[in-house]
Write a protein that binds this ligand. Structure first.
Ligand SMILES: Cc1cc2nc3c(=O)[nH]c(=O)nc-3n(C[C@H](O)[C@H](O)[C@H](O)COP(=O)(O)OP(=O)(O)OC[C@H]3O[C@@H](n4cnc5c(N)ncnc54)[C@H](O)[C@@H]3O)c2cc1C
Length: 496
């Protein structure tokens, strides 16, 4: 893992020039530049990568965001946008010679329109806060990353975040209508609209998932959904992980779209149970959580259909939540899986690859083989219905060489995802973490197109430089190291 070293020194003259330019319009409390003040911003959720920013700016208004951008553009200073810093791919890792632009104080809910079922919010509003505010109208915002208590809607848009309910209701991109955003030159972009279609190229999906490389989002209009009349969850246990994987594919093949379809393997169950005391079957090799929502009749029918498929797929035990308290208990372990990893291991590394659902049993076997090969334990907890894997590799950074081994293990999981027809990211983005894997996923022409798009928005490559899209030179280097023309690309991978 190419962890970025702590910034050895600051170009003091440059820092003074930038601080003084920004201080012309930002109050003192909105500008941080002392080492102890900027330290909390040195990393996001991927803490193996750290870098102190030269300056942190904390605007509260759109006008301030715009002026920060025009100022940085004029001085040719890199800018990295940051929401809550819960990202898991190093997307909000600061530039050592740049401004870390925190949107955390832009946190107002500007409007909730129950008639149109939309909310207009500033980018620093927390994901969960939208549903909390909409609850008075019987509405909610569907995409629900497990980090929803902390992560911001701006970060969700920049990462095109998903969550448990995205199988049925779509990712962030399917649940937003409009964006206001500013280019690095301080030009306002108003993207999207109220209608289902519009003339011209569709820039809304382009900006969604652009990881802060194209523009800084200052306002998001999200769609709201009515709260379902009823929600019920099945907990199904399996004595074999591959059987659980096949059950997932069977549910989807039966034409059922559950509101959530998640899997946890034995090591995950063992880690979370003492933490949440949900009553999970500790002898199971894997459990599936299958949720249904809708009106009472729909839910009753869907639960029966899912039970039948799970039974036919070899479930050893099936429980159906009898009430909300039990449903919450079923989910408690899934929601606490990442913190629980911290209880069973000094460090963990969360991977994020997506594969076709039919490849799930193979992929789980292959990950188990890799776990043995590297001598590192791996918790599998993931959005099974989306084929979105989240293997948590458990390691100890204090053991010499273990971090590097972990990174190599993670890289093999990503390459495995590509080999079985999937992608290197499901929802956590590329950031700095997966930049080399992009060289495998995309052809040079496709990468050149990405660079062309970047140049249209940001000619001097000042927004979030060095993230998400590798240079062709970097890919050539990576290819020389890893790809042998005409041979099997990844000879170490387990074959199916
Ligand atoms: C315990 C845990 C569980 C998680 N579970 C999930 C999950 O279920 N699903 C999921 O998708 N993710 C999950 N994540 C990852 C993370 O929470 C999401 O990627 C989230 O969307 C990041 O939001 P943030 O506000 O923290 O953004 P940050 O981490 O601050 O930034 C993420 C990226 O967005 C850019 N950015 C932030 N704000 C803006 C803006 N206003 N304009 C332009 N660019 C911007 C940044 O430059 C960076 O590239 C999880 C993380 C943790 C720690």
């Amino acid at each position: 893992m190419n962890t970025v070293a702590d910034k050895p020194h600051i170009d003091g003259a440059r820092q003074r020039a930038v601080v003084s330019a920004l201080a012309a319009f930002l109050p003192a409390h909105a500008l941080l530049f002392e080492r102890e003040d900027v330290q909390p911003y040195e990393c996001d959720g991927l803490s193996a990568f750290r870098q102190l920013p030269m300056v942190v700016a904390l605007p509260e208004t759109e006008a301030e965001v715009q002026r920060i951008l025009t100022t940085c553009h004029a001085l040719r200073v890199p800018v990295v946008a940051r929401g809550a810093g819960t990202g898991l791919s190093g997307g909000a890792l600061p530039s050592g010679d740049g401004v870390l632009l925190s949107l955390a104080r832009c946190m107002r809910i500007l409007e909730i329109d129950p008639a149109s079922r939309v909310a207009r919010v500033q980018p620093g509003v927390r994901n969960l806060a939208i549903s909390e505010a909409a609850a008075q109208y019987g509405l909610y915002y569907a995409p629900d990353p497990s980090s929803q208590i902390a992560c911001t809607i701006g970060g969700n848009v920049a990462e095109n975040s998903g969550g448990i309910h995205c199988l049925k209701y779509g990712l962030t991109v399917h649940n937003i209508l409009k964006l206001r955003a500013f280019t690095i030159e301080g030009e306002l972009l108003e993207i999207g609209g109220d209608g289902l279609d519009a003339a011209g190229y569709d820039l809304l999906p382009l900006l969604t998932g652009s990881e802060g490389l194209l523009a800084v989002i200052t306002e998001v209009t999200v769609k709201l959904l009515p709260n379902p009349e009823r929600t019920q969850c099945i907990l199904a246990a399996f004595d074999d992980v591959a059987k659980a994987g096949r059950a997932v594919a069977n549910i989807i093949a039966a034409g059922i779209i559950p509101a959530g379809l998640e899997m946890m393997d034995k090591i995950t169950i063992g880690a979370v149970e003492p933490f949440v005391q949900a009553g999970y079957p500790l002898d199971a090799a894997a459990i599936l959580l299958c949720e249904s929502d809708g009106n009472k009749a729909e839910v009753a029918e869907e639960i029966e259909r899912m039970k039948a498929v799970l039974q036919a797929s070899g479930a050893s035990e099936i429980r159906v939540s009898a009430n909300e308290a039990e449903r919450d208990r079923f989910w408690a372990g899934r929601k606490a899986a990442f913190p629980a990893a911290g209880r069973v291991s000094p460090d963990y590394y969360c991977m994020d690859g997506t594969i076709p659902k039919k490849a799930l049993p193979h992929a789980l076997d292959a990950i188990a083989a890799l776990s043995e090969k590297y001598g590192l334990r791996c918790m599998n907890v993931f959005h099974a219905g989306d084929g979105n894997l989240h293997p948590l590799i458990l390691y100890d950074a204090n053991q010499p060489g273990e971090l590097e081994k972990t990174a190599q293990f993670g890289m093999e999981i990503l390459l495995l995802s590509i080999e079985v027809g999937g992608t290197i990211t499901g929802e956590h983005g590329v950031g700095v973490e997966k930049i080399d894997s992009m060289c495998v996923q995309f052809k040079p022409l496709e990468l050149a197109m990405f660079h062309g798009i970047k140049a249209c928005f940001d000619q001097h490559a000042l927004l979030n430089p060095g993230k998400a899209v590798p240079t062709l030179h970097r890919c050539a280097e990576f290819g020389r190291m890893h790809v042998h023309a005409g041979q099997q690309k990844f000879p170490d991978l387990p074959r199916f």
